[in-house]
Design a binder for this molecule. Sequence first.
Ligand code: SF4
Length: 471
Amino acid sequence: MDLIRRLLKPRKEETIRDLIVQPERTLADTEITPIKYGLPKEIESICPECMKIIKATLYPEGGKVWIKKDCEEHGEVRDIFYGDIGLYHRCENLWFGDGVGVEDPPIKKATVCPAQCGLCNMHMSHSGLPIIDLTNRCNMTCPVCFANANAAGYLYEPPYEDVVRMLEGLISQKPVPADRVQFSGGEPTIRTDFLKIVRKATELGFDYIQVNTNGIKMADLEFARACREAGVENIYLQFDGLSDDVYKKTRAMPLNETKMRTIENCRKVKIGVILVVTLVKGVNDGQVGEIVRFAMKNHDVIDGICFQPVVFVGRYAQSHRLEKRYTLADLALDIERQTGYMQAMRDWFPLGVTSSFSKLAAALTGKPSFTLSLHPHCSQGTYFFIGSDGSIKPFSEFIDADGCLKELLKLSKTVKPSSLDLLSKARLFYRLNRYWKQDKAPKGLTLKRFLESLEGFQNRNLRRGLLRRGR
Ligand code: SF4
């Protein structure tokens, strides 16, 4: 009787949390503390005044998530941590577990994060997109400069030989070579040996070379062409909006025309563009939708948008901090409201969600693969697909994302490299096809084409845009 009752009892549906394999130690043999789920919860934070590591509490109030921390010396700080409690839980439930870091990290005895910051034994992720600052000089003087360019009072510009050593160190990282790099600054393109550095990265075998730039030098077509020939695949273009009144506030000069010329040059020489929007509440948050639409219209050259909300911390008055607080939840809801292209609660994901595909790729190839295992509240976004009729849809409109992500995790535990034979491939395809809604997909997109576009994430030759642009 008892057995019958147990068999009849409805089974609790498996969640992603039930399926992930959370590692216990990094490759450099340091214990990993996994994230805690739910609210309220105690976490570690830092005092914005003295930078001491102190305890903090995350708790819900008024539909948002708040943080409260108390420094013995500098008193209590309360702030909005995340702007929507529903989205907060959604992203937390889409956490795919930590990575295991790198073998033989340069810092081996770190014990307190972030006190001994660098690539250390406590690091749980391998290097996703390492950034090399080539200089702290710049050909602009923006009031919002994160890099404090030109104002530091000293020159930072590692010699060419040191940059080459950094590149060699990255590409020989194990188990996943860090073969993607972003050159940043200051303004990296103003170095006289900039192209020589890019050529060296290409020669060393870097798969993806990105340049973080204000775009002023790239507004010269010949320089843009030289960058492409040296091996630049993509620029991470400072792009705060579509009107000069925004640039005058954020960059103290009109720049709209320069940005347009740079994008046009990239189109001509076949360099991809990611628009990087420094978002300041009250200055350009009203242009979020317009920027998304601009990117869609120019999707032949624009690969994506990275919105970076400015966070006011430290000595700003609490009233100013709360008035200006703009979190990734606010961004998601603004994209929903200002474009109508997505529904935040269905289509907004932590970036780490891509690790489900990476885990399957690793299982199929038998090799560790490029995996983004970052914290679920660190980077978030969505992927849009554009149909041959111009329709724009987030991928979760035509895929049962929850079911598909769980299926990928299950597959990554069972498939073997031998699963790449034709019959096994067909079985894999059949299992994923259960989550595909062809009637909702953008015109011209099939599951096969969708999977090919994902393969581009790992495979340079298949990467989105390269085929289309003949790069
Ligand atoms: S362009 Fe970038 S690096 Fe240069 S001053 Fe402006 S924010 Fe700083």
